[in-house]
Design a protein around this ligand. Structure first.
Ligand SMILES: [Zn+2]
Length: 55
């Protein structure tokens, strides 16, 4: 089976997937949540199948 997987990032604070990548200077990479303004390097990663086969 050839299943495409898309990784989505979830905000640990509000559960939104509206995260965008923000590069920091000394602290490295960070993510910024559009909804609750959470900023941090810790986010929840979920593997989401892109195409689901019809049953
Ligand atoms: Zn959030």
């Amino acid at each position: 089976m050839n299943q495409k997987i898309k990784k989505i990032l979830i905000c640990p604070q509000c559960g939104s997937s509206d995260l965008y990548y923000e590069s920091g200077l000394l602290t490295g990479y960070k993510y910024h949540c559009k909804r609750c303004n959470y900023i941090g390097s810790f986010v929840i990663e979920i593997d989401l199948p892109l195409e689901q086969e019809k049953k």
